[in-house]
Write a protein that binds this ligand. Structure first.
Ligand code: FES
Length: 120
């Protein structure tokens, strides 16, 4: 069981509605990635797996819609609330992204692994 945090990046790397930072992770025995974003000033992290078909959401780190108010899967356009991961439109309904525990301290973003998702 992992009880320590993983430093994701400096706080300044996450800009509201901007590019996601990605980390390699293991989830249920598979190697994949997690992504971390900032929305309305807060940092959030999710397993990078769309509930529609399991694809990674991002396209080269882009996960926000043009308006910056939703996360969007690059494959078929499903949209999600950035603060909860809840699906708001497209082929993902009803479902949500797998949220990761994220904190921000000392001008850095930290991920606290728990459950089936762990650092790769
Ligand atoms: S895989 Fe994401 S919307 Fe289809």
């Amino acid at each position: 069981m992992i009880t320590s945090s993983v430093k994701v990046c400096p706080s300044t790397d996450l800009v509201d509605g901007g590019l996601a930072r990605k980390l390699p992770v293991r989830h249920g025995g598979e190697t994949t990635t997690a992504f971390f974003v900032r929305y309305q000033g807060r940092a959030y992290g999710y397993l990078n797996r769309c509930p529609h078909m399991g694809s990674q959401l991002d396209w080269e780190g882009h996960v926000f819609t043009r308006a910056g108010d939703q996360l969007m899967c690059a494959r078929h356009g499903a949209t999600f609330k950035p603060d909860t991961g809840e699906c708001t439109g497209g082929p993902c309904q009803p479902s949500k992204l797998s949220a990761l525990k994220v904190t921000e301290a000392d001008q850095s973003i930290f991920w606290w692994p728990e459950g089936k998702t762990e650092p790769a």
